[in-house]
Design a protein. Sequence first.
Lengths: 204, 684
Amino acid sequence: MSHFRIADDADQPKTFAFTPDYQARVDREIAKYPEGKQQSAVMALLDLSQRQHGWVTRAAVAHIADMLGMAEIRVWEVVSFYTMYRTTPGGRINVHVCTTTPCWLRGSDAVTAACKSKLGIGFGESTEDGQFALHEVECLGACVNAPILQVDDDYYEDVDGPATEAILDALLRGETPTPGPQVERQTSAPVGGATTLQSVGGDD
Amino acid sequence: MPKLTVDGIEVEVPPGSTVLQACEAAGKEIPRFCYHQRLSIAGNCRMCLVEVKPGPPKPQASCALPAADNQEVFTDSPMTVKARKGVMEMLLINHPLDCPICDQGGECDLQDQALHYGADTSRYAEVKRAVQDKYMGPLIKTIMTRCIHCTRCVRFVDEVAGVPTIGALGRSGDMEITSLEQAVASELSGNVIDLCPVGALTSKPYAFNARPWELTKTESVDVHDAMGSAIRVDSRSGEVLRVLPRLNEDVNEEWLGDKSRFAMDGLKRQRLDRPYVRKEGKLQAASWPEALQTVAAKLKATDAAKIGAIVGDMADCESVFALKGVLDGLGVTSMDCRQDGAAIDPSCRAGYILNTGLAGVEDADALLLIGTNPRVEAPVWNARIRKSWLENGLKVGVIGENADLTYPATYLGAGPQTLNEVANGSHDFAKVLEGAERPLIVVGQGALSRVDGAAVLAAARVIAEKYAGGRDGFGMLHTAAARVGALDLGFVPGEDGRDTAGILDGAASGEMEVVFLLGADEIDPAKLTNAFVVYQGHHGDRGAHAADVILPAAAYTEKDATYVNTEGRAQRAYRAIFPPGEAREDWAIVRALSGALGAPLPFDTLEALRTAMGEAVPYLDAVGALAEAEWGDFGTAGDMADTPFASPVRNYYHTNAIARASETMARCIEELLPPATEATGTDG
Ligand code: SF4
Ligand code: FES
Ligand code: FES
């Protein structure tokens, strides 16, 4: 299970402000919601702050709370609920392993073991060169392709130990392996091809 | 009105009721942890499960299920009981079961309900989780492993206190309640201790002091502000160990301010426990007869015009009535109960009470606060204003300090100029008042304790008459528990008499020779150095330091006494413990003094005094009731200065002698107030 932790004060930058580019995206997000319901944009804003800074800082939470007229503790509740938000400095590449029940039943232990041995770090840690960080996360909403390995914005699906090692090797070489299912399967369609609707149309 | 049956009993409940409320109406008790009638519904503890037909074939959370016609509810069926047992087992999995060292022991909902639904042994052999304790300030002690995540504390600070600082961080089995290591910056923070159904949040000052069954419980009223909140004083072996709120829907609902709850450790410190008389320039211990004779001799030898008396903020009606009797007998007319010099007009009662009652603000749709900051002057009432804003959209306007009241308030301006604009209709808020059906105008002491106070009061009356129908839309918020009672008893300057400022200035210039202070501490003692000062009270505070004779008296927990709150409601406090040492009840001291003067007052029991007092002022006898006051002319129209109104309470934690003697209050100041506020010496 993932544990929530806020980075130490020493690691926390004093201030946070969106860059003009990000601010434009922030404004677009807020504008999506009706007047008086701007708080609904909190998740999008947190994500944008994480994209800009790499992780969600105290200063960013304070800034977003202020921007949306929310109490800071309410924003922290959101941040702490979703494993999508990182509250400690991660790596340049962030590797997430889903260990929630469906993924676990489908072999996430092997994925975890492969990550740990390949990268030489445990959950919540980053490699010495700061290139990789490993995170344990809760259900990524893709259980149908369990287990899932998430690298930054990409989902690698239907992975096992060897597949994980292959993906990490490619990443270590600086390549970007193709995301999606790592077995013979079109998205979440049955493995090995269609089992129903095998012909299109027909005479009878 | 939905009609349903609960265990075969037919009940009809108001629309919008929940199944839990319907069960209560049928006299069935439903176990619960997260549900609280004054908080929003969370439905997260699942302890209140019942079987309901029609519906899905599984138990339902009764606190979150609307009552509907033709429902059949079973609170005792095998399904219900099994479900509750399951919930209890689940809650106890991660609970430390450390009742023997838990301060909640004996008054713990979890303990009580485990008695009914708990198993005798645990089936759980895995590792229990442990949670790090959190810092929540000087008043709330946390043992977070005990938390069952009902979120009552979260909802209270968010909804009632309006200071959203506690939250639930993390998810599922990892969830923790925290204020992110900040002190909970609310004057109502102590209430989360009562709300927490387990021992996760307990009282820091009371930690490891007593078990509830060892305590003697005395129902009484609070005097730390003018609300007269209902309290229960818990004592053991002559010591007050804690103060808790009692239910009084009309006054404090079930909340209590932190000062009223936690300043009680001040009752043990700096107490005056024997009489003192100044001899050769030094206060020296004396016997009661000696002290009383000294005072009597001085009073007799002094011209009545040169004697003055001031009543303090926590004096009870009985002693004020008795003291006035003595002063009248001597022909003294210089007396005042308005230590702060508030220009209250004693001639019209409707002009100095909160005519709508404290609960009246819930019916109001517009509220104008003049020279008052209810958040620090009457925090529990402030929560009620907030409730009215939340539930009815009450519109609040403020003339005075632009403080954070925990609800949105339109800041109209700082002082008399704005008041004039509202009065003559040129201000925008005048339209709000005009459009409101039940507007309420509330004047605070901050608007009156100034040279132009009488003119401000008159202007407020004009506004009340113009927009709010006079009496039914006018109220005064007091800060002193003694004030309304003393005004009712006419403890104000008589013919040619001096008021507080007159007495003090007279004492400084030598025109006043004797000054009698009945618990008066909020005055400038420097002005009293030339006069012969008698201080009757319970704490060695400002008044006692200026005294030539000290008559040690009882604090509010040590006497049977009557207080009239800001609504004009007479209420009784009851003795929980005896006063320390040789200290005596106030009325008895004054009665003894009258004897020493050779003119004994015509009563020698409390009952006889109360009968006489009730004859003089009938509503002081109608304990608990609100008497309607007659509207009239009060205040004196005139020029007003341009200085802004300021709340009389500069530091909530230090408004009186008891609070100033309290270590807990000192810690609150240290940990809760910004350094700037702390540095100013002017409290209350
Ligand atoms: S601390 Fe107490 S009141 Fe708050 S969530 Fe936990 S059990 Fe409930
Ligand atoms: S459990 Fe892993 S994606 Fe749902
Ligand atoms: S009381 Fe109903 S779920 Fe907690």
